[in-house]
Design a protein around this ligand. Structure first.
Ligand code: AMP
Length: 504
């Protein structure tokens, strides 16, 4: 069914054709006629289904003429979603004379006050700031004709139920109430029951699977190699715009720093950033000022950026719903998209639940020219590591480098103890018992080094090399790496001080 058969006014049809929409999505075909008739409605739909246009188009038509009084109110769980919905209001209402504004916390309220003073017809708001402004007498809800509760389940998850009830108390009883929710638990049923009258139910089908056009692949990789693998993929493949999800804000910070150091145009969005920073990151990503956006789950529901080509789960989420939400950021509105997930052995349990949920076994990919055996090195290091310098020195001498040449310290100790040739040193190192890789924390690095010491070593060895050994060691290092080798690389300082503590 084309848009023209939904009963929409010419100004809205013009805006839709300017937006390049050829036909309505299923939720739009079902919801628009019912909302135009003035009915209350429950829409089971989430971001990515076209739900925003499904409620914005008909309420614009119902308002149609500006009065300068707030007649439509949309409540959203997050600031990002408030901004996004308000942008949609402007986009679809561009040929109507209606005025709208977004009201949300975390930023100065002055511009919001000014917009309210000029007069608006539509407010899209998060509940907290809305009630603040109501409390200050700056915002009046007595003329509201249409209330939309967007992502109602998420608002309840975030503890907004008392605020929603408070807002509803301030509205006229005679109004149209639209409620959209991705899930429909009892709490939502109860809320709907208390704020709506005989609602029509439309169901866009909660996607239990990412969109058909999305290719999904898993990259098995040890946790400490994820950053290297990402840099490797970025070097091999055009992956822009790329949305990367990390589990924690610290993880996002760290990855953001590393990508910046590698000269990628990258922004980040998580709960540790101010609202202004979050908005700047999102706008910049939308407008292609940034190639990569690193985000935690806070962003996964709200983000609507057209044409995200790749989504990468740097850390795979621990439940299928979050996976589907995240992957749903690509392949939107029936466009193709690619979703990659890095998975370490301990993620296998989450992978199983995701695969069960989407009823599909995901393809595992191994990259031929990526070294999956590189040992743990200090995180975030962009300078060539001592390991790499050993490699290149060996390469220059046309010798084999086993990946067991793990740390400069271990290498140095062997060199000093035996006074052997480099090749002999390496062979000795290769015969050492191998230990499993450990988490990359300075504490664990210390412990690992401690464990790596063969039991047979003498107490003297534990005390470090003698003076003569040190001189011989320096001579060897200078021969191999030049005078600069005597200056310890900065990123090894923690390791060295851990070493000195061990010696004491
Ligand atoms: P939403 O589910 O509201 O977040 O919308 C998801 C994306 O689909 C947004 O970028 C919309 O601009 C886009 N969209 C909405 N309706 C249509 C449509 N009928 N045809 C093509 N794209 C659409």
């Amino acid at each position: 069914m084309p848009f023209t058969q939904l009963g929409l006014m010419p100004e809205l049809l013009r805006a839709l054709s300017a937006a390049g929409y050829a036909r309505p999505t299923p939720i739009q075909s079902q919801a628009i006629p019912a909302i135009l008739e003035g009915k209350d409605l429950i829409g089971t739909a989430q971001t990515g289904t076209g739900k925003t246009a499904a409620f914005v188009l008909p309420f614009l038509q119902r308002l149609s003429k500006s009065s300068g009084k707030i007649r439509a109110l949309v409540l959203t769980p997050t600031r990002e979603l408030a901004v996004q919905v308000e942008l949609a209001v402007r986009k679809y209402g561009r040929f109507l004379g209606l005025r709208s504004t977004a009201i949300y916390g975390g930023v100065s309220q002055i511009p919001q006050e000014e917009a309210l003073t000029r007069g608006v017809d539509i407010v899209v708001a998060t509940p907290g700031r809305l009630l603040d402004l109501v409390g200050q007498g700056l915002l009046h809800l007595s003329k509201v004709e249409i209330l939309v509760l967007d992502e109602a389940d998420r608002m309840l998850d975030m503890g907004f139920l008392p605020d929603i009830r408070e807002v509803v108390r301030l509205l006229p009883r005679q109004r149209q109430t639209l409620l959209f929710s991705a899930t429909f638990p009892d709490e939502i049923r109860d809320l709907a029951h208390s704020v709506q009258k005989a609602p029509v139910r439309v169901d866009a089908g909660v996607p239990r699977m990412p969109a058909k056009g999305v290719e999904q692949h898993l990259f098995p990789v040890l946790p400490h190699l994820k950053t290297d693998l990402l840099l490797h993929l970025l070097g091999k493949e055009t992956m822009e715009p790329l949305l990367v999800f990390t589990r924690t804000k610290h993880g996002a910070d760290r990855l953001h720093r590393i990508l910046e150091r590698h000269r990628y145009k990258v922004a980040q969005i998580h709960s540790g950033r101010s609202q202004r920073q979050r908005q700047e990151a999102l706008d910049g990503f939308r407008k292609s000022r940034y190639q990569i956006l690193v985000a935690t789950d806070i962003a996964s529901r709200g983000i609507d950026v057209q044409d995200i080509s790749h989504v990468l789960n740097f850390d795979i989420p621990n439940n299928a719903d979050d996976y589907i939400h995240r992957v749903g950021r690509t392949g939107r509105a029936e466009k193709p998209g690619i979703a990659y997930s890095f998975v370490s052995p301990e993620d296998e349990i989450h992978v199983q639940s995701i695969e069960k949920s989407i009823r599909k076994r995901l393809r595992r990919i191994k990259i031929d020219d990526f070294s999956y055996k590189t040992p743990i090195k200090p995180s975030g290091s962009t300078k060539s590591s001592f390991q790499e310098r050993i490699s290149s020195a060996f390469a220059a001498e046309n010798r084999l480098v086993p990946d067991t040449a793990q740390s400069p310290k271990v290498f140095d100790r062997f060199a000093s103890r035996t006074g052997t040739s480099i090749r002999e040193t390496v062979m000795l190192r290769m015969n050492e018992p191998k230990l499993p890789a450990r988490a990359n924390t300075s504490k664990n690095r210390t412990v690992t080094r401690h464990h790596q010491r063969p039991a047979s070593r003498s107490p003297r060895f534990l005390g470090g090399p003698s003076k003569e050994e040190q001189t011989e060691l320096k001579r060897l290092q200078v021969k191999l790496f030049g005078a600069s080798a005597l200056r310890p690389p900065r990123h090894f300082s923690a390791r060295r001080s851990a070493g000195s503590r061990l010696k004491d």
